[in-house]
Design a protein around this ligand. Structure first.
Ligand code: TGC
Ligand code: FAD
Length: 385
């Protein structure tokens, strides 16, 4: 791992082992093929059982529910290694772990936890998280048109969700909907329920090795037993986002390492005006910027992980880390693309793929500007949304 400030000294032996094992596996089974998957616009579903074997799915959950009970930093390092290959691989794991397993664990009944979590951990079941709607994702409450109406002991769901990762792969979708009083409730919806349809979004120029879908629910009937009993109000889905944003703050540093390493190697081997471009001050300034950003980002992510395990984490701290680290990674990918010159526009190199992926990461899980406003509210006490 790129580690300018010896962060490894702050990790436990277990955390270091998890990071190294993840890197070994991904270098052999994912990195050599990612360019083709991305170009073909496919997610490598054959890796799902391998992710499960390696404990990537719900790793922080207790073993009784299929997790490994590892630390938040260990989860962060898994996200880092996945996103060093591609943001699409990290997205799959983020959704399954933070946006599907976490809410079932935090807001589900004991029966729901025992029924779903072990299958999700084993990768036998894939989940999706449906919060965003076509009219706009930044204001999930104001734009939520999906309705849940109670008929006897059955909920009837109607609405449309947009940009849903894993939508066409999922066996279950967590659907957030408003009841007749406008309260936000969460439902575990088996995707083979009559009236549920997933349509894959095509022609994406970002996150191509990830499945993104529109979900349409027409009179979808779900028993009360599949409603998350402890989830009431927008706070429930937002607290899932806090988990996923934490993983993103780590993950994008993996992408930053990938583009930085590639740019350094290229700069040393490329000569203009009789000497390597690595010897030019303007190129060195760009590389120094990337290294500084990676180093700062890693320290931020590590501290965030320890605060999380100590139960002291505030959502605004996660907003700051998501905002800063994604911006740093995107900036680095653009700089790396630049250093590579014309070669930087082809998929022969990783920079442009990471750059295009990171445009999505900049937008999902709260756009850069939404996190700016979260911080603005934290500082001033005034909401500028
Ligand atoms: P607001 O009044 O601020 O909050 C409502 C209640 O929620 C609490 N809360 C949080 N709790 C936990 N974590 C957070 N991050 C929280 N943010 C707020 C808050 O304390 C309040 O609780 P209570 O007890 O008072 O009711 O709500 P608002 O309507 O003003 O909205 C605030 C805003 C704009 C920050 C929020 O809506 C927001 O985060 N918008 C961005 C939406 C977003 O990030 N969507 C992501 C969709 S999922 C996705 O993109 C997956 S990509 C996955 C992948 O492929 O990797
Ligand atoms: P909008 O909310 O319409 O925002 C458009 C622009 O307006 C942005 O620049 C935004 O910053 C700005 N803006 C909005 N409000 C304000 C304001 N108050 N002040 C200033 N500027 C503002 N969602 C899910 O629920 N589940 C998923 O699995 C999921 N996966 C995704 C995968 C991909 C590939 C993508 C692209 C998105 C995914 N999303 C998912 C949706 C994602 O969370 C939303 O795209 C995101 O929240 C932004 O919503 P929006 O696209 O509707 O943009």
């Amino acid at each position: 791992m790129l580690d300018f400030y010896a962060l490894e000294d702050l990790l436990t032996p277990e955390e270091k082992g998890i990071q190294k094992a993840a890197r070994r596996f991904l270098e052999k089974e994912a990195l050599p093929y990612i360019r083709d998957w991305w170009e073909e616009g496919v997610f490598p579903t054959h890796l799902i059982p391998r992710f499960a074997e390696l404990g990537f799915l719900g790793p922080t959950l207790p073993p009784e529910y299929g997790g490994a009970g590892v630390s938040s930093a260990a989860y962060g390092l898994i996200a880092y290694e996945l996103e060093r290959v591609d943001s699409g691989l990290r997205s799959f794991v983020s959704v399954q772990s933070s946006l599907v397993m976490y809410p079932i664990y935090a807001f589900g009944s004991e029966e729901q936890k025992r029924e779903f979590l072990p299958k999700l951990a084993r990768g036998e079941m894939v989940g999706a998280f449906g919060l965003t709607e076509p009219d706009g994702g930044s204001d999930p409450y104001g734009n939520m048109k999906t309705k849940a109406r109670l008929e006897g002991n059955t909920w009837v769901l109607n609405g449309t969700k947009m940009w849903i990762t894993n939508g066409n792969l999922a066996h279950i979708a967590l659907i957030w909907a408003k009841d007749e009083e406008g309260r936000v409730l969460g439902f575990i919806v088996p995707t083979d329920t009559p009236g549920f349809q997933a349509q894959e979004v095509k022609h994406k120029m970002s996150l191509r090795a990830s499945v993104t879908s529109e979900l349409v629910l027409e009179e979808v009937r779900v028993p009360e037993a599949l409603r998350l009993p402890k989830a009431e109000g927008l706070k429930a889905p937002l607290s899932c986002l806090t988990q996923a944003r934490f993983g993103i703050a780590w993950g994008v540093l993996g992408a930053l390492e990938a583009v930085y390493t590639e740019a350094v190697e290229f700069a040393k081997s490329r000569s203009t005006f009789g000497e390597p471009i690595a010897k030019k001050q303007l190129v060195q300034a760009k590389l120094a910027e990337m290294l500084a950003d990676h180093t700062e980002g890693l320290l931020l992510a590590w501290r965030l992980a320890r605060l999380k395990d100590e139960g002291k984490l505030k959502p605004a701290q996660v907003s700051l880390a998501k905002r800063q680290n994604v911006w740093k990674a995107l900036k680095a990918a653009r700089l790396a693309r630049d250093i590579l010159g014309g070669s930087g526009i082809t998929l022969e190199y990783h920079a442009i793929r990471h750059m295009l992926n990171l445009e999505t990461v900049y937008t999902y899980e709260g756009t850069h500007d939404i996190h700016t406003l979260v911080l603005g509210r934290e500082v001033t006490g005034l909401s500028a949304f």
